[in-house]
Design a binder for this molecule. Sequence first.
Ligand code: DOR
Ligand code: ZN
Length: 368
Amino acid sequence: MSPRLGGSARPPVAAGCDRKPPGPVAHLSLARPDDWHVHLRDGAILAAVLPDTARRFARAIVMPNLDPPVRTVAEALAYRARILAALPAHARFEPLMTLYLTEATPVAEIARAHASGVIHAVKYYPAGATTNAAFGVRDLTRCYPVLAAMERHDLPLLLHGEVTDPAVDVFDREAVFLERHLAPLLRAFPGLRIVLEHITTRAAAQFVSEGPDTLAATITAHHVLLDRNALFEGGLRPHHYCRPLLKRADHRAALIAAATGGSPKFFLGTDSAPHLRHAKESDCGCAGIYTAHAALELYAEVFEQARALDRLEAFASINGADFYGLPRNEDRITLVREPWRVPPTIPAGRGVLVPLRAGEAIAWRLAG
Ligand code: DOR
Ligand code: ZN
């Protein structure tokens, strides 16, 4: 079903009221979306952030970079049970679990993951690239037997696509990853489905567009809303720090073109990554931007500015499900074009999160 964009009639003005009636309210109805890349964390933070994701999305690919990471099927099942237990009453939300790839992942774990029915992918983190990536992979070729098993069982590989080579400039690490690691991977495993996560560059968007059908990419809201100037606007802005880093404006434009261009290879993955305020506002702050409080609404702003609201449904609700081979969601949600103000902080455990747009307005609101 295609999205329905409409303008409701102006509400009737009450007799005797001399206030000007509000303007027409645009609304957008679309199949309930899924988030194909989210960090839900654990414990008190999980309890604080899960309602935001579950309110908007039917399903989400849940990242395994807990401390310690989710490396086995048993750990993924236990984590899934904790997520389900933390769901608000009556929420209908399905966590799609992932395993954290290490050089010690046993080949046999892949068959078990496939048989579990609840594990939908395996995530590659280059060692040291980002939050809790210390257990990540140093030499991807050591994982090739595991990747061969994933190819056989048709279990997708999700890539944090950055090299960690200190000789490579931190803004170039995604582009270098494409040639150094992704191209050989595609040649070695032509049947393996691969998602290049949270792409940030024109090179990555082009590489995925021109790549085989087994290759797709997620795009975050923050990478289509912000460029790297946002890291230094009036001072150092730790709440805009994420990995891969925000890039130049021309890369942002390429990502918007990819997201809104109608290709089924690109889909929504927020990479919403909560860290308590003190961990962000620190002399060695954590990477990650919290966007789950307004995830879909933020994308709607970008699609509206690109005059592509009619393409939001495919990006948010269809392309990802098709790539993962999962059924499309049948229920629908409605966005209303009605500005609201994001709270300056969101309580989480013993601290607070500072969400994207803290204290500022967002143009679209989720109805209901
Ligand atoms: O900014 C990020 N935050 N990028 C990642 O890859 C990990 C994430 C996190 O877990 O905080
Ligand atoms: Zn992530």
